[in-house]
Design a protein. Structure first.
Length: 119
């Protein structure tokens, strides 16, 4: 079983910054992709940013230039640095990890962390 522990959400004023973390633990052979998703009330969950095991990244257009995804492979941990936050960034942020474990592939979700940006 693979567990994901998220941290770093909170309340911030528009223009401020937050850093989210997601640590994966358990029986993990390798991690292929790590990603952040978010879901605002009444909206579908959307992908915010993704990073591969080689370090390639991709961002949603709405966050490009403001958010930075990174990972520490030695710690199986992913980060999302969020700068110049806007009220429309308010959502529950979920981390998602895809990789391999002794029994095969795994695809795990974190419990979610609330990010609230006030205007």
């Amino acid at each position: 079983q693979v567990q994901l522990a998220e941290s770093g959400g909170g309340l911030v004023q528009a223009g401020g910054s937050l850093r989210l973390s997601c640590a994966a633990s358990g029986s993990i052979f390798s991690i292929r992709t790590m990603a952040w998703y978010r879901q605002a009330p009444g909206n579908q969950r959307e992908e915010v940013a993704i990073i591969t095991n080689s370090g390639s990244t991709n961002y949603a257009g709405s966050v490009k230039g403001r958010f930075t995804i990174s990972r520490d492979n030695a710690k199986n941990t992913m980060y999302l640095q969020m700068n110049s936050l806007k009220p429309e960034d308010t959502a529950v942020y979920y981390c998602n990890v895809y990789g391999m474990r002794p029994t095969g592939e795994f695809y795990s979700w974190g419990q979610g962390t609330q990010v609230t940006v006030s205007s």
